[in-house]
Design a protein around this ligand. Sequence first.
Ligand code: ARG
Ligand code: ZN
Length: 881
Amino acid sequence: MRSEDARPVRLADYQPPAFLIDTVELGIDLDRHRTRVRSVLRVRANPERQAPAALELDGDELKLLSVKLDGRPLPADAHEATAQKLTILQPPAESFTLEIETELDPSANTKLMGLYRSGSAYCTQCEAEGFRRITYFPDRPDVMAVYTVTLTADRDDAPVLLANGNLQQKGEIPETNRHFAVWHDPHPKPSYLFAVVGGNLDRLSDSFTTMSGRKVELGIYVEPGKAGRATYAMDALKRSMVWDEKVFGREYDLDVFNIVAVSDFNMGAMENKGLNVFNDKYVLASPETATDADYAGIESVIAHEYFHNWTGNRITCRDWFQLCLKEGLTVFRDQEFSSDERSRPVKRIADVRTLRSHQFPEDSGPLAHPVRPDTYREINNFYTATIYEKGAEIIRMLKTLIGADLFAKGMDLYFDRHDGQATTIEAFIACFADVSKQDLSQFMLWYAQAGTPEVQVQTRYDAEAKTLHLDVAQKVPATPGQPTKKPMVVPLAFGLLDQDGRDLPIRLADDGWAENGVIVLDQEQKGFTCTGVSARPVLSVNRGFSAPIRLIADITEDDLFFLARHDSDFFNRWEALQKVTLRELVKSVDAIRAGETPATDPRLISAFASSLEDQSLEHAFAAQLLTLPSEVELTLEIGRDIDPDAVHAALLSLRQEIGAGIAAQALERYRSLQDSGPFVPGAASAGRRSLRAVLLGLLTASHGKEAAELAATHYRSATNMTDRISGLAALSRIPGTEREEVLKDFRARYRNDALVMDKWLSIQAAIPEEDALDRVKRLMKEPDFSLSNPNRVRALIGSFAGGNPTQFHRADGTGYQFLVRIIDELDAKNPQVAARLLTAFRSWRTLEAGRRARAEAALKQLAGGGNRSSDVADILTRTLG
Ligand code: ARG
Ligand code: ZN
């Protein structure tokens, strides 16, 4: 395996670059198979370092045509070139010019890193290490240069030519069928933010005037004929620009901002300076083709990439260990944006659900890593839920700890102090330590220690003394490479409810009034005493999910039901109901495995009934209340010896019980929520549709004939994609001819729309029935399915491996065998996507013995197979490790 030869990269080995590049002039002659790249670099030794004798430039699968130094061809004994590296053996001591010519084949680039073809366009992806697939370069984020790019292409092949920055010039090349464009980006940037695009694309145009009066031309480029589907993305972009000015004081800094949507993309999108490149899934939307979830996804990804302009581009990462410096912070910013544009508690619940379903399992298994890792073998494998989502939680805790005002001051200081730099987490945190005059060194452990802390809370009420005592203790579990942990700084927002459900004023014995209601646990164990509590209160703790922990509190079921009705903190209202539900589900999994019928606490059904009755709740919030925990969350709660069939059965049985218990009232509410009038994607009407969909799910959980009719009617009467998909999803769980007919109908309606067909693929891949695997294999033969397109692979294979636990984890191991075979094949084409699929095994050690053995066998078989990419080899080694 390659990764075992490849030395891991270590944070401790960081050295500033030996040489700096001031300017880069690129001439790129686009051609489908023989693209020529001429790169002229102004190079000088880094004054901060003793320059070593040789200049080493990174490459990856490159073909060198020529290299010149200060205009003269370099003799053979003055340089060494391989596909992976160009070494200039004795570079001049003074600054010099290096001119390098390479040739590449964009059509053969199936890894989708570097310059490649997507549909009828040329595009690039350079983060993290893709620029070295275009030309030899010190491809590391702390080498920042000013780029000027001259693109040429056949006029018909690529009428549109784009690069970073502002357009300087364009024109025809006389006596040829080619034309050219010159783009200049005045902002020094690392190579990973470089981008070019060429192709036949339509443009949606708009403009934005910034707070200081600068006019910015906005363009979204899409496949011909699809500009009408980019209007929501454009609207989201303008709202993002306004929000970043208002909330963070950040203004845009070029004359143009362009976005290009492409259909072949490894991830969600990329923040290249002034030229974002997007997976078209996060740009294209119309009521007929996109669901409310798609609209929300577009809004947040557009915002995320735009916000990177300051948190990522103006201030970038010194090295890739600092990835969370830009990603965690930018996720936090996009979460805040969506909260302001939509509903804050609903957004918080959705984000915590994501964290628990993706980050928590990662953090408790073999792939656990710190938010800032100190070693890696393959950086592409670190674009993880831990670095993104847990990274965002750290920023949120920082804000909670020092307060909103000081947080804002710290951000301003960061922008001021580090603009134009490639910097570190330490430098970032120092800004907040400086403005708050707090010592944040212990807080830094959140970046260094992996694992989800477990926090125990025990309460003692003393009626005579009128005090409530809280005993709080923490334990950070061992993770790979980190057997022992130090105590972290855990901010716990809390409140006390009186018998009527009202918040009591909080007075802490030592610290006086706890105005913001936050206690901070910074030792292994700590006690807090609330005074002046005249009757036994109900404790609501970790309000708003103030810390990304697993909370183990001695709260009775009665109190949880009480909180579910009364907590003024809406997040904890939802959380309380989830908690009781999980407790019930764990019991019923045990019952099912013992061959007994699970018996549900009737109070749980009444709690769901009252959530439904409470007309004062926002629809979207009620929908969250009525949504059961996911299979992943239940699995995590159980923790070991997992039987996915029992987990699934427990959830299904509870859903059926709730459905039956609240049927009459649910049906009435379901009917009253029917949409009238044209589709609007806003939060309020999306919330109404989501509540109606959740009710449909409960009403059809019985899987009987009436259920099938209700779901099919929902599907057939839909006037937008959201309702259409809700109907299809509900019906997909009900075996029978009705389902198969509706699946056919959907295919006939949307077969020409790949993004819509992805929904069709993923719903079918997730059907929890015996023949799911056969269905998936059949769907792979559909004419539009292709292993070369990441969206198709994620929709079909990803949904099977990640969204169909009973069938992926089949007791006979055929689910594992299947996935491993696909990964083997895909690895040769697109290692990044293959490695990502492989993370479906991340919790294999928690399975019951039989499945565990089969999973291990499948993983070992993959490890023993042919030439593994470093991406797949790295995940394999760690998963088995
Ligand atoms: N920086 C991008 C973002 O906004 C992610 C790009 C990662 N791409 C990759 N191939 N590793 O999140
Ligand atoms: Zn990002």
